[in-house]
Every structure is written in structure tokens, then in C-alpha cells.
Write a protein that binds this ligand. Structure first.
Ligand code: TXA
Ligand code: MG
Length: 336
């Protein structure tokens, strides 16, 4: 496709107009531009250009039935995407947008089927990142953007990660530095009662319940139909991931022993780790604070892949606040 991928450093506080216009022009021509959001980098195309949206799937190696999120810059942009915004959605929009909350809404016929994987709903969010918002405004159309990573790999949280996966395959990367959150947005399905979280993120069940009453975590066979992305192994480093209970250094020592016998290159990702016995693994000590943990985990996975690690032993985190989203990603990374 594109012979050269331009990387442009953009100020996250005051995005340079000239750079944003250049990127918007590439999108207008049907190109692909990666850009930062507060959650992870997105790989964007003009949401109303079906051909361009198809190229996202080609670049990522993404199954065609896995729909992508549409990013908007103002509530007025919703008009082009859906004919009806339910009252419950409006409450959430007032409180959480711009921010890491994706809402599944009934789609308007104008939204290309390539965006929604043929579903009658569309996933929408307004990102809280000045570069993303400026780009959407400059294009004058919503931007369809999945996370900027090859399908199945950990989402890109820096421009460098995006370049690793897409050098020579996309037109441009807007480098706005490392992202703030580090995990993808919460995906909320309001079309059923009670509403269901199809993918946990920084906005939690407890954050949503005051506005909606009971909210359930969407798991199970029916949910796989509703959020096709949950069907696939995801967020995975190339190395095999094994989870251990918090503080269970005995389990870690046992695994290290096994791997040493098999001559595998091993890493331990934990918040507490002192042992190791005779085996010296690569160790990445994670921050105690869950928000900081979330911000770093995908970068750690990618770094360990670069080092050619075969096995990653990961200590589980507590499942509260953003820890629910962290554990969701860790479990998927460990799924075989
Ligand atoms: O934070 C994020 O959400 C990032 C940034 C770039 O905004 N985007 C992102 O997109 O993570 P993606 O495509 O990697 O994940 C979108 C998820 C997938 O699990 C997909 O199946 C689900 O949202 N999804 C999209 N449209 C849907 C729909 N109409 N109904 C149900 N699930 C949908
Ligand atoms: Mg993704």
C-alpha cells in the first residue's frame, strides 16, 4: 500500500494546525492515519469512506465481522451515525464524554456496513485527547478507528509500537507521546436490559450504575455475538502467558524450574517478586497503583517480545476499579 509511513511529532497540549491538516488531508484521500487517544493509539480512516475502512482490516489482518469504533468530536456528530439517542445514553454522554466510554447505539443507514460488520448497531465514542479531537474536526467526518495494532497483538500505547506493526503499511502516525490510560475503552451495550459491559475499561461498573441502575458484565455465548471482538484471542504477546495468584512466589518458583529444565527464556511480571531460586528470569516489577499498571502493561508485553522471551509469568492484580479491565486483558493474553 503506502511505500512510506510518515511519523509526525504533534504537541498533545496544543496540536500544530499544519500537522493536523496534513493528516486530515491523508484521511480525506482515503488513507490511514494512526493517532493517539487517551486509551490507546487508534488506526483511523474516514468512517464514511467504505473503501478506506476496508483498508483498516487489511492492514491489521482483522476479521471482517469484527466491527470498529467510530470516534466523534462533538455530540452533534452523533446525528450522522444514529437516528435515536436514548435518554440513558444522554446521561452518560453528559457525564463521561469526552472519555474512555464506548456506547453501542442503533446505527443510521448511512454508516457503511464495513464499519459495523453488518450489525444494526454502531459503537461510538468521543476521545479525550486534543490531537484526536482536532483531527476529527479537521476532517469534518467521524473517524473509524480500531486500536492500532496487528490483530491479536497488544494495543499500541506509543507511536513506536504503532510503527513496529504498521511501518510501510499506513500513511501516517501522529506521535503525541505515550497514552494516558493504556487500556481500551469500556464498551457498553445499552440496547439490552440491564445494560451490559461488553469490554471493561477505565470507566467501571461502579461508575455507571449511579446513572443506569444495575449493569451486568457481559460474558457468555450471546455476548460473543454482540461484541464480535471478544471471540478472538487478544492483546497477546508472542510469548506464552501464565497467570499466578498475587504473592504466590512458590508457584512462580515452580514454573521457573520447569522452564529452566526446558531451556525456555522466561520473564516474570509482578508487583512483588524476590525469589527466583537458581533461575534468573527477566523481571519487570509493576507499580502498585493500578492506574499506572494499566498504563504500562501493553508496553511491557511488547518489550518482552522484542527480547525474544518464550514464557511470561504474570502475577494477577486485584479486580477492583481498573483492575477489572487489567485482569480481563491478562486472562485473554493467557488464553490458548
Ligand atoms: O479505546 C478504544 O476503544 C480504542 C481507541 C482507538 O478508541 N479502540 C478500540 O477499538 O479498542 P477495537 O476495534 O480494537 O475494539 C472495539 C471493540 C471490539 O471488541 C468490537 O467487537 C466492539 O468494540 N464493537 C464494535 N462495534 C460494535 C457493535 N456494533 N456491537 C458490539 N460490539 C462492537
Ligand atoms: Mg483492538
Amino acid at each position: 500500500m503506502s511505500p512510506q509511513t510518515f511519523v509526525m511529532k504533534v504537541s498533545p497540549k496544543a496540536p500544530q494546525k499544519r500537522l493536523i491538516l496534513t493528516a486530515a488531508e491523508a484521511l480525506r484521500r482515503g488513507g490511514l492515519v494512526a493517532f493517539p487517544t487517551e486509551t490507546v493509539y487508534g488506526l483511523g480512516a474516514d468512517a464514511f469512506n467504505a473503501e478506506a475502512v476496508k483498508q483498516i482490516f487489511v492492514a491489521k489482518g482483522r476479521p471482517l465481522d469484527n466491527p470498529v469504533i467510530v470516534h466523534i468530536a462533538s455530540v452533534a456528530d452523533l446525528k450522522a451515525l444514529t437516528s435515536h439517542v436514548p435518554e440513558r445514553a444522554s446521561l452518560l454522554i453528559d457525564r463521561f464524554w469526552p472519555g474512555p466510554l464506548t456506547l453501542i447505539l442503533r446505527k443510521s443507514p448511512d454508516v457503511p456496513d464495513d464499519v459495523t460488520g453488518g450489525l444494526d448497531t454502531v459503537a461510538v465514542r468521543m476521545p479525550q485527547n486534543k490531537i484526536a479531537l482536532a483531527l476529527i474536526k479537521a476532517l469534518g467526518h467521524p473517524i473509524a478507528a480500531p486500536s492500532a495494532n496487528l490483530s491479536g497483538r497488544p494495543s499500541g500505547t506509543t507511536a513506536g509500537h504503532v510503527l513496529q506493526d504498521f511501518a510501510g503499511k499506513i500513511d501516517m502516525i501522529l506521535d503525541g507521546g505515550p497514552v494516558a490510560v493504556g487500556l481500551e475503552s469500556t464498551v457498553l451495550d445499552l440496547s439490552r436490559k440491564p445494560p451490559a459491559i461488553l469490554r471493561p475499561g477505565a470507566i467501571t461498573q461502579e461508575d455507571l450504575e449511579p446513572f443506569l441502575g444495575r449493569v451486568v458484565m457481559g460474558r457468555g455465548a450471546d455476548d460473543k455475538k454482540r461484541s464480535p471482538g471478544t471471540r478472538y484471542r487478544h492483546y497477546s504477546p508472542k510469548a506464552r502467558v501464565t497467570l499466578v495468584e498475587p504473592g504466590d512466589e512458590t508457584a512462580i518458583a515452580r514454573l521457573l524450574d520447569q522452564h529452566a529444565k526446558a531451556k525456555r527464556k522466561v520473564a516474570v511480571v509482578a508487583r512483588h517478586f524476590t525469589a527466583g531460586g537458581g533461575v534468573r528470569p527477566i523481571v519487570r516489577i509493576m507499580p502498585p497503583d493500578l492506574e499506572e499498571y494499566a498504563q504500562q502493561i501493553f508496553a511491557v508485553f511488547r518489550e518482552l517480545d522484542e527480547l525474544g522471551v518464550d514464557e511470561i509469568i504474570v502475577e494477577k492484580t486485584e479486580e477492583e476499579g481498573i483492575g477489572v479491565a487489567i485482569m480481563d486483558r491478562l486472562r485473554r493474553a493467557a488464553a490458548r
